[in-house]
Design a protein around this ligand. Structure first.
Ligand code: G3H
Ligand code: 13P
Ligand code: ZN
Length: 285
């Protein structure tokens, strides 16, 4: 069933677990995510990045996701990931997304507040929830020192002001994760998660979560993370399965035979995450 992002995240916040938000770029990924959610009885968020929308087209992503959500017995939200463009956010609202992220985190605080609040006002008017980012969640490839990275972490005082002045529904925080494959082990600032959760008492979002060790994920969830974004691990699963199949079956040219095993591999990886995040068994009717 299709639900708003707010319904899903408020439930997770109330019951102390995290919902997986998995990036969709094609039909097989959508199906893998929904199958994993059904299998584990988990609420789930299908999210598309601006790159994903450009690749597949907003209509394809929206319609595929809505079909998947409507045919599913578990709660499903459809979310725009890292939206930075006003017109594109409006297009997502028009096409039935039930949640959007406005990412104005590269701007100074006052400007981030202004841009975010404008989107919150519009999205809330049509019943769509909003995630926004404070602090900067970079890429693993960013060549910066530990001190420089820490300087980009979310400040609890600023977070309090940001939430109060924008009215957003969930907050993406920078606490040591980064987008893409990690070279070493990411070190999360757990104290910061704890402080921000105590001060805000609202759903918090962890980006760049592929490759974060299980124990760190579990600790972050126990401290109040309620949405966990995964993209890279899905891409890796897809790649692993396609490469394996093609190398073992060089004469097969039917795309369904090549991509089908990748869908299964992605489903397995996603289902494991749902158990790890403690969302398994939390779907409601
Ligand atoms: O946050 C980043 C996501 O992994 C999306 O990546 O912009 O390449 O689709 P993308
Ligand atoms: P990863 O690709 O590192 O899992 O990050 C996903 C993400 O944060 C999408 O917004
Ligand atoms: Zn992200």
């Amino acid at each position: 069933m299709l639900v708003s992002g707010k319904q899903i995240l408020d439930h997770a916040h109330e019951h102390g677990y995290a919902v997986g938000a998995f990036n969709v770029n094609n039909m097989e990924i959508v199906q893998a995510i929904i199958e994993a959610a059904e299998e584990t009885k988990s609420p789930v968020i299908l999210q598309a990045s601006q790159g994903g929308l450009k690749y597949a087209g907003v209509e394809y992503i929206a319609e595929m996701s809505k079909i998947a959500a409507r045919n599913s017995s578990v709660p499903v939200a459809i979310h725009l990931d890292h939206g930075t463009d006003f017109k594109q956010i409006m297009l997502c609202l028009r096409h039935g997304f039930t949640s959007v992220m406005i990412d104005a985190s590269k701007h100074p605080l006052d400007e981030n507040i202004k841009i975010t609040k404008d989107i919150v006002d519009i999205a809330h008017a049509v019943g769509v929830s909003v995630e926004a980012e404070l602090g900067k969640i970079g890429g693993t490839e960013d060549d910066i020192t530990v001190d420089e990275r820490e300087a980009t972490f979310t400040d609890p005082d600023e977070a309090e002001r940001f939430v109060k002045e924008t009215g957003l529904d969930s907050l993406a925080i920078a606490v040591g994760t980064a987008h893409g494959p990690y070279k070493g082990e990411p070190k999360l600032d757990f104290d910061r998660i704890k402080v921000i959760k105590e001060r805000l008492d609202m759903p918090l979002v962890l980006h760049g979560s592929s490759g974060v060790p299980e124990q760190s994920i579990k600790k972050a969830v126990s401290l109040g993370i309620n949405k966990i974004n995964i993209d890279t691990n899905i891409r890796q699963a897809f790649n692993r399965a396609v490469r394996k199949f093609v190398s073992e079956n060089p004469d097969v040219y039917d795309p369904r035979k090549i991509v089908g095993p990748a869908r299964d591999e992605m489903r397995k990886v996603i289902a494991e995450k749902m158990v790890m995040f403690n969302s398994a068994g939390n779907a409601w009717k």
